[in-house]
Unconditional design. Structure first.
Length: 332
């Protein structure tokens, strides 16, 4: 089968599309999927650079954490999937290839209104956003959520889910253009962040009548920590999802204690099989129906053929993308 291969750590020129050995027939509860499309994530870029190795059991040299395709073979213990089923799924790696094998519990059905590219833009961002907002932060209707990097894949997914549950989303970005586009996906208010993340505090006070926000969904990382603590209301919850601005910062314990704040970190890729199965099941139950009825929808920035994998990585590293970058693995 064809796959995008990281030949060694480095720049985009270390990526090659090669013929590699296809997965063997699935055993037990595993399912082999013929991949039609797969989306790119920051983790793929970090893996290419040698900073984020694949978890045990995942290919070390084939990136790709999500996919959309057709069930091509099933293990003897699989009951809920049959050949030809249209599915999306998550994996620890290996999705930038023509075939991938995963546990059946890591798959969800594709609504009939989504094509392959749109479907591939769904699983990683919507499962991450749904898990962070509802499983981790326990978001309730009427609460206010601050979403950093609102124009990212997780950002646009989160904004839509916040709106769908009857909460309010405030978004930040470094560009007004991304925020203007993000309003279509549920942002009620927006803040352009310059060189100082602390510049968000006064707008947050104005937007919330000095109360602060109930939840911060931080997709940016260390540079925003102090501003996040100041932006949160009493009993607020901060969910750490990304570290593009760094992974280390001094924590003001006094602010956390006086406001009774909760700080939680989350990552999807490194979770156990069982934890991923739970997150996927909740996504299938609560988000897939919203996708089917059009209440929420995937946001695709651009599509690339698999052999344009280098261009796709360059697009992501430019930070100009809005929504998901999708690789079309097959011609259908």
């Amino acid at each position: 089968m064809k796959a995008a291969v990281i030949t060694k750590p480095g720049d985009v020129d270390v990526l090659e599309v090669q013929e590699v050995k296809a997965p063997q027939d699935p055993t037990a509860d595993r399912v082999r999927v013929r991949v039609h499309a797969s989306a790119l994530n920051r983790a793929d870029v970090l893996q290419r650079k040698g900073f984020y190795p694949a978890p045990p059991g995942a290919p070390s040299d084939i990136p790709g954490l999500e996919f959309a395709g057709e069930v091509e073979a099933v293990g003897p213990e699989v009951r809920e999937r049959k050949l030809g089923d249209r599915v999306v799924g998550i994996c620890g790696g290996g999705a930038h290839a023509e075939f991938v094998t995963v546990p059946a519990s890591h798959l969800a059905s594709i609504p009939s209104n989504l094509g392959w590219a749109d479907a591939a833009a769904v699983p990683e961002v919507f499962i991450t956003a749904h898990d962070a907002l509802f499983t981790q932060a326990r978001l309730q209707p009427g609460e206010v959520v601050l979403i950093h990097a609102a124009g990212s894949g997780v950002g646009t997914a989160a904004s839509q889910l916040v709106r769908a549950v009857g909460a309010e989303a405030i978004g930040t970005s470094r560009t007004s253009e991304k925020l203007d586009r993000a309003k279509e996906y549920g942002l009620s208010k927006s803040i352009v962040v310059g060189s100082d993340p602390g510049s968000i505090i006064e707008p947050i006070k104005q937007f919330t009548a000095d109360r602060g926000v109930d939840v911060v969904l931080d997709l940016v990382g260390a540079a925003y920590l102090d501003a996040n603590l100041k932006a949160l209301a009493s009993n607020g919850r901060m969910i750490l999802v990304g570290t593009t601005s760094g992974s280390q910062s001094a924590l003001n314990f006094g602010a956390v204690m006086s406001k009774r704040l909760t700080i939680k970190g989350t990552v999807l890729r490194a979770r156990s099989v069982e934890e991923k199965a739970t997150a996927t099941r909740l996504f299938a139950k609560h988000v897939v129906p919203l996708l089917a009825e059009g209440t929420v929808k995937p946001v695709v920035d651009r599509t690339y053929a698999l052999d344009q994998i280098r261009e796709a990585h360059q697009r992501m590293e430019s930070n100009e993308s809005f929504g998901k970058i999708v690789l079309m693995v097959s011609d259908t």
